[in-house]
Design a protein around this ligand. Structure first.
Ligand SMILES: NC(=O)c1ccc[n+]([C@@H]2O[C@H](COP(=O)([O-])OP(=O)(O)OC[C@H]3O[C@@H](n4cnc5c(N)ncnc54)[C@H](OP(=O)(O)O)[C@@H]3O)[C@@H](O)[C@H]2O)c1
Length: 308
């Protein structure tokens, strides 16, 4: 009898122990750290963590267009945003309109990417005061035109503004990302990385260089859990699109409206993107939820790019 009672007691203890082990394993899974960069939060109400509370974002080229829309999206998700571009009055206006769901502060500094020494000293001064966790590399696109007639200065200027300035910004911010174990570098490039666009010779060439720079950088920073990705916007309703369509129309003796119709016909969704549609994809890549995505070129183009 005593032997039987002892066995029953043993089974009971073993059962309790198993229940505890399973409960502990479940807790551990839900709070497991990935690449030391983020804590995934799975519960009954949220499936993916896109919260940017406590993150500092630097959004370049943010006085208008895609940069402005991206700044709005990141701020709405809780990030403290630092804006930069050349036009101070526009930067002030954009900053005043940014949402602050956590009461976070947004700031700006004026920069001109044609002056990389000035940019370097400003970004180095900034990171002495605060770490940047999310870097959005973005600036005005190069002038349009065929590649054959482009001059040397056009190529040098574009390479400088897009590749050299990106390099300066990453070099200045990466130590802070490593220290805070959170880093997202997102480059706004173009679908021309996958399919060159006619009449954008210098741009097509430069975007390819940025994509290769970014892929190389993504491999070097992956061990730190810092991701580097490229967002390839399709035709999006900003001043840049108006400029390209009008320049091409003039060259081909078309009206801007007729040329616009031609562009729309080439897009399976038969419409241009809203800047907010680009910004939403950027915000996802910037979020904790995108911790295992790095080194990719993500087209957001309504299906325009014909390649896989
Ligand atoms: N919109 C599209 O359909 C589309 C498609 C594919 C790729 N892209 C590319 O995506 C990027 C952003 O496009 P977007 O449509 O937003 O263009 P956008 O409306 O012309 O805005 C460009 C932004 O960059 C800033 N900027 C321009 N030159 C600068 C300089 N030298 N130094 C610092 N900031 C400078 C501008 O501000 P300030 O004038 O105040 O400096 C502005 O905030 C561009 O590279 C563009 O080519 C756009």
């Amino acid at each position: 009898m005593g032997y039987l009672y002892g066995n029953i007691k043993c089974v009971g203890v073993l059962r309790c122990w198993c229940v505890e082990v399973i409960r502990f394993a479940k807790q551990n899974t839900t709070t497991r750290q990935h690449n030391n960069t983020t804590t995934r939060q799975h519960d009954n109400t949220t499936n993916m963590n896109i919260n940017l509370n406590g993150k500092n974002a630097l959004v370049c080229g943010s006085s208008q267009g895609l940069g402005e829309a991206i700044a709005h999206e990141l701020a709405g998700l809780g990030a403290s945003v630092m804006l930069t571009a050349r036009n101070e009055a526009k930067l002030q206006k954009v900053r005043a309109a940014l949402p602050s769901p956590n009461g976070q502060q947004h700031q700006y500094f004026v920069s001109d990417f044609t002056n990389s020494e000035d940019l370097k000293s400003k970004i180095e001064a900034l990171v002495k005061k605060q770490n940047i966790h999310i870097l959005i590399n973005n600036t005005g696109g190069p002038a349009s035109g065929p590649v054959l007639t482009a001059n040397v200065q056009d190529f040098l200027q574009a390479f400088h503004n897009h590749v050299v300035c990106n390099q300066i910004l990453v070099q200045a911010t990466v130590d802070g990302m490593k220290a805070d174990r959170y880093g997202r570098i997102i480059n706004i490039i173009s679908t021309s990385v996958k399919q060159p666009i006619p009449d954008l010779g210098v741009s097509n060439t430069t975007r390819g260089a940025v994509a290769n720079w970014a892929k190389t950088m993504s491999n070097e920073l992956a061990p730190y859990g810092i991701t580097v990705n490229n967002l390839l916007p399709g035709s999006t309703k900003t001043d840049r699109l108006t400029y390209i369509i009008e320049a091409q129309a003039t060259k081909h003796g078309l009206s801007a409206e007729a040329n616009k119709e031609n562009w729309l016909k080439a897009i399976p969704m038969q419409r241009f993107a809203e800047p907010e549609e680009i910004a939403a994809a950027v915000a996802f890549l910037a979020a904790p939820a995108a911790s295992y995505i790095t080194g990719v070129n993500l087209p957001v183009d309504g299906g325009k790019t014909r390649s896989l």
